[in-house]
Write a protein that binds this ligand. Structure first.
Ligand SMILES: O=P(O)(O)OC[C@H]1O[C@](O)(COP(=O)(O)O)[C@@H](O)[C@@H]1O
Ligand SMILES: [Mg+2]
Ligand SMILES: [Mg+2]
Length: 370
């Protein structure tokens, strides 16, 4: 019965009603975000926007280098533009912040101001655009401090625990939105025939059973010892201390990795490493780590830097980077315990069968990072 299907809009209202009544501003804002995601899904479906041989290129924004020093792709800029244009006029926002903009975006004077702030990564995993793999959009909604007229950087510097809602869209074989308003995680799939996201994955829970880990192992030589040790354990499989075989995955698209973890369990790591550029981590706190951490925790998982719960971090800068370890709770806790042991300088090889036959922590080649 198609008309009995629950649309994103209906779900958002009912979800809030269960908890004391809908906030019409938040509902309208989330509806604008889902509209933007449909536009981006449509743009992403055109691939890397390269024209067929012999045909002129469609006009696209001129890519440059963003505040992180990364080369922007046309679709990064198109997705950014779509988010701005779709969410700026509804009167629910006080300002926006994006991976692709150095400073907070001010709502044009002709539009009314609202009481929310929106931080987003318009296109996550954008290195995958050229090779036609899953990419997405990540968003985080915060309350604007009372009485502010224009958004300043400091207004966005709120710990992830303050998020009102968070989610991501996936542009892949199926286009989806995964969202939390602080009471569970729910997945919606875009039905192109009716042009609506409909509820397909209510109450998503990260399975405890873990047989997959995701990390960019080309960085292995830069990892800290606890991460190196964890991965070594996994790779040893059923003949190692874990007594189980693991698969390794790396899509280079956070949204796709997190969706897999929501469905199948496992752990994702983009840890701190020895490179000066990666010591604070690779992923950005406000519009990548925080919204994803909120989703993961709401789905029964955990998200940590290895040393601190991500949602507890007090942000210091708009584009701050953090180490990210997230997924099935027991696995994240194991990694946190390894970091703690390493920081205490402990040689756990004698205390725990998990630590194998030699001390990784005290080996000369694994001295603490400076
Ligand atoms: O290039 P690497 O080291 O594989 O990093 C991949 C990671 O970088 C990201 O692509 C960063 O996101 P952006 O594409 O938004 O910059 C994540 O999605 C992904 O987890
Ligand atoms: Mg990203
Ligand atoms: Mg991006």
């Amino acid at each position: 019965m198609p008309h009995r299907r629950t649309t994103f809009s209906k779900f958002i209202i009912e979800d809030q009603r269960r908890r004391g009544g809908p906030d019409t501003d938040l509902t309208a804002l989330l509806n604008d975000v889902q509209t933007a995601c449909k536009f981006i899904a449509s743009a992403a479906a055109r691939g890397s926007l390269k024209p067929p041989a012999g045909q002129p290129a469609a006009p696209v924004p001129e890519p440059g280098v963003n505040v992180h020093g990364e080369t922007q792709k046309p679709l990064d800029l198109i997705a950014n533009e779509i988010m701005l244009r779709t969410c700026e006029y509804g009167g629910k926002l006080c300002g926006m912040a994006s991976e692709e903009m150095d400073e907070p975006y001010r709502i044009p004077r002709e539009y009314p101001r609202g009481r929310y702030l929106l931080a987003f990564d318009p296109l996550d995993g954008s290195s995958n655009v050229d090779v036609n793999l899953t990419v997405g959009t990540i968003f985080s909604i915060l309350r604007a401090p009372d009485g502010i007229e224009e958004p300043e950087v400091e207004h966005f510097l709120q710990p992830g625990t303050q998020q009102v809602a968070a989610g991501f869209a996936l542009y892949g074989p199926a286009d989806m939105i995964i969202v939390t308003l602080g009471d569970g995680v729910h997945g919606f799939t875009l039905d192109r025939e009716i042009g609506a996201y409909t509820l397909t994955n209510p109450d998503m829970r990260i399975p405890d059973h873990v047989c997959e880990f995701a990390i960019n192992s080309s960085n292995a030589r830069f990892w800290e010892p606890p991460v190196r040790f964890y991965v070594e354990e996994c790779v040893k499989g059923s003949s190692g201390p874990r007594e189980a075989d693991f698969n390794m995955r790396w899509i280079a698209s956070l949204v796709a990795e997190v969706y897999r973890i929501l469905i199948r369990g496992g752990v994702f790591l983009y840890p701190r490493d020895a490179r000066p550029t990666h010591k604070p981590g690779r992923l950005r706190l406000l519009y990548e780590a925080n919204p994803i951490a909120m989703l993961v925790e709401q789905a029964g998982g955990a998200a940590s830097t290895g040393r601190q719960r991500i949602l507890d971090i007090q942000p210091l800068a708009l584009h701050q980077r953090v180490p990210v370890i997230l997924g099935s709770k027991a696995e994240v806790e194991r990694l946190v315990a390894y970091h703690a042991a390493y920081d205490r300088g402990e040689d756990l090889s004698f205390k725990s069968p998990l630590f194998g036959t030699r001390s990784l922590f005290l080996a000369p080649e694994t001295a603490p990072l400076g």
